[in-house]
Design a protein around this ligand. Structure first.
Ligand code: SF4
Length: 398
């Protein structure tokens, strides 16, 4: 990827920031530039042992992709674009295709990641071909099997498929995304020797556990590129406890939003190559780019406070350890998935998307979920979540 195209002048950035009404986040940007001619660039990191460097900020494509936003993301160096054959019923990939149709010269600068839910090699081939057609490109940079819950889902057939498809040039690299049992999937992948990249939930809440630390280190040693998602760890920091008040005050003093501080906490780990996040409007794109190019690090006290906040509010966030709770209900209720849909609705304010995903759960399972006994699941839950109450809330509201 050509980093020269990711430079923009301080003046351009400030003009765009002004248009987006982002005066409050510009202070750190202003400190960056000693003269008005100084150029700033999106930092990049190596993506495992692929030999490719990717920007530390990636553009998540599960929401409708606006052409102007894509153009702006490309200009500002957020050139890791993540999509999936299922996002927006294929429209997310079509939007990328529309963009590349208009700006074909950008193709080599964009690191395109797409995913397939298919569990057969024929299904993967069918989805990949459809993705290429929609995106008007003859290759994707990184192809993921979508939402892996156990490393056993990646068998010898899939390994052979990935090698053959890479050799044929339709994909450059292969891996998987995971929201559930991430740590076990990552540890398993590190032993396989044929996984190039993983996108997993990772944030200021999940990063402190021993098993996540071991998983990240094992992947780094195995040369697997890591992309973090769900980096906000739920909703915004409120101001209803002493810790929250202190956090809000410290971020304000430094000119950060809490969203920016949470991104910085993830970038502290050099093994995380890229943060992939949804950026539905210019304000959020600008805020995230500002955080990426700003060099102010979180202090050790900032990090301690974030950790303390994570512990105090842990029952608000599902850590994705579904092997613990889902086996405790004598049912196939997908507790981890439902918790994620509730997060979309409660924390992101995106009830429509939450309801759309929720309705994909078979009717029989949804009906059963409201009446299950979750006592043992709640006892096993390390986050001490009120699983029964939340599952009934999902059935009632989604
Ligand atoms: S509900 Fe609890 S046990 Fe189940 S996945 Fe979430 S955090 Fe883990």
């Amino acid at each position: 990827m050509d980093s020269k195209n990711h430079n923009w002048s301080r003046r351009d950035f400030l003009r765009a920031a002004g248009a987006a009404g982002l005066g409050s986040i510009i202070a750190p940007i202003d400190l960056l530039a000693e003269s008005s001619n100084e150029l700033v660039a999106m930092p990049t990191r190596p993506f495992g042992r692929t030999g490719v460097r990717v920007p530390i900020l990636g553009f998540g494509g599960s929401l409708d992709l606006d052409q102007l936003m894509l153009r702006q993301a490309a200009k500002w160096g957020a050139t890791y674009w993540d999509t999936a054959s299922s996002y927006m019923g294929g429209n997310s990939e079509k939007r990328i295709g529309k963009y590349l149709g208009k700006y074909p010269e950008d193709r080599n600068n964009i690191f395109i990641v797409t995913k397939s839910h298919a569990w057969t090699v024929n299904g993967l081939t069918r989805d990949l071909n459809k993705s290429l057609e929609r995106m008007k490109t003859d290759y994707v940079d990184l192809f993921f099997v979508h939402s892996v819950r156990s490393i056993n889902e990646l068998d010898g057939d899939i390994k052979a498929w990935s090698e053959k498809t890479k050799a044929g040039g339709k994909i450059k690299f292969f891996g998987f995304s995971t929201h559930s049992n991430m740590e076990e999937c990552m540890l398993g992948a590190a032993k396989l020797g044929w996984i190039d990249g993983i996108m997993m939930s990772y944030n200021f809440r999940l990063m402190h556990s021993d098993r996540m630390k071991r998983a990240v280190d094992a992947c780094a040693r195995a040369g697997i590129g890591l992309t973090a998602m769900k980096t906000q760890g739920g909703g915004s920091v409120k101001t209803s406890s002493e810790t929250e008040l202190e956090l809000a005050g410290r971020f304000l003093q430094k000119g950060f939003t809490d969203g920016q501080a949470k991104l910085k906490a993830v970038w502290e780990n050099p093994h995380i190559a890229c943060i992939c996040t949804e950026m539905p409007n210019t304000t959020i794109l600008m805020s995230n780019v500002a955080a990426a190019i700003n060099r102010t690090k979180l202090s050790s006290h900032d990090k301690k406070l974030l950790h303390k906040y994570a512990q105090e509010t842990r029952s608000d966030y599902c850590a994705g350890c579904t092997d613990l709770c889902e086996s405790a209900t004598n049912s196939i209720a997908p507790i981890g998935d439902v918790m994620r849909y509730l997060m979309y609705s409660r924390s992101y304010g995106d009830r429509d998307r939450a309801a759309e995903f929720f309705k994909r759960i078979p009717q029989r399972v949804r009906a059963e979920m409201a009446n299950l006994d979750y006592t043992i699941a709640e006892q096993k839950c390390p986050q001490k979540m009120a699983i029964g109450k939340l599952m009934r809330e999902a059935v009632g509201t989604l």
